[in-house]
Design a protein. Structure first.
Length: 296
């Protein structure tokens, strides 16, 4: 469902840009033609810039180090390059390109990959060939309905965990980006954390995010700062539960901020310097950490 929606948006934007440029050029208005195309094609970069300006102003007394303007600019530029690759190519047109990898012979610990808000399994397209090349079994899920409650994603994760368990004979490592980390926590609270070896979250709003105050969908509203949904989830989690977690977070995360909201008490919280929200998954430390936990 999400792939079709993002196909429609991507192709719609391209068609709009072509139609605008054609109309302006026919009228001899070349400057307006290319200016309009730039706004249509690169307008998202303005929104990313606004988000990172908000990161700067909302930081307050957050214990994470405050990003410098140079770090915010570098993070913005990297995110400008990463976002269209993910949202206009990998997810809408290549989400089924990389199949799940479950070898017939058991004994090697596997991974379950859980994407975030308005994403699908195509988000992990850069990871899956690397995991397969190293012989690591994996399953990448699609969380649907796209705009439902986060709690309803637990059965989807449970089915993926069962597939990896059956193929490997071992409890898997679960990896969640953004909302995916909360979906994993909801699954663990419902199914029992004993079925997972470790949990790695990447830019997950464990204690919400300031940006979600503008949310309109149910799952996005559940990710606002200090929501009742988050409190109900925390009430189901034992105090020692977070010792299984590795939480990656960044002071340049343009979606989950203030930065320390992506950390958990008692977890192995690891700060990534100068990384924006989507681009965080490309940081070599993140995949390396997953490979290390799989080998344990």
């Amino acid at each position: 469902m999400l792939a079709r929606l993002q196909q429609f948006i991507t192709l719609g934007l391209l068609a709009t840009a072509i139609a605008w440029a054609t109309w302006c050029l026919q009228r001899g208005e070349a400057v307006w033609a290319w200016a309009g195309v730039a706004v249509i094609v690169f307008g998202y970069a303005v929104f990313l810039a606004i988000e990172l300006v908000l990161v700067w102003f909302v930081h307050g007394q957050d214990p994470a180090p405050k990003a410098t303007p140079a770090q915010l600019f570098e993070a913005w530029f990297a995110e400008v390059l990463a976002a269209p690759r993910v949202f206009c190519w990998q997810q809408p047109f290549r989400s089924t390109r990389e199949p799940d990898h479950l070898p017939a012979s058991p004994g090697r610990r596997g991974v379950v990959l859980v994407h975030g808000f308005v994403c699908n399994r195509g988000f992990w397209n850069r990871w899956m060939p690397q995991l397969r090349a190293k012989g690591v079994p994996y399953v990448a899920v699609n969380l649907e309905p796209v705009f439902g409650t986060i709690s309803d994603y637990a059965p989807i994760i449970d089915a993926a965990v069962r597939r990896v368990e059956q193929a490997t004979g071992l409890a898997p490592v679960l990896v969640g980006h953004s909302m995916g980390g909360l979906a994993i926590r909801a699954w663990a609270a419902a199914s029992g954390a004993g079925r997972v070896h470790r949990i790695v979250t990447i830019g997950s709003p464990h204690r919400g995010t300031w940006l979600a105050r503008f949310a309109t969908t149910q799952n996005a509203r559940e990710m606002a700062l200090g929501t009742d949904w988050q409190k109900a989830l925390e009430a189901l989690e034992p105090a020692q539960h977070f010792e299984r977690f590795i939480c990656f977070y960044s002071h340049c995360d343009n979606v989950v901020f203030p930065a320390s909201t992506a950390t958990l008490p008692g977890a192995d919280n690891r700060h990534l310097v100068g990384m924006a929200h989507v681009h965080m998954v490309d940081h070599p430390q993140v995949l390396q950490a997953v490979l290390e936990t799989v080998a344990q």
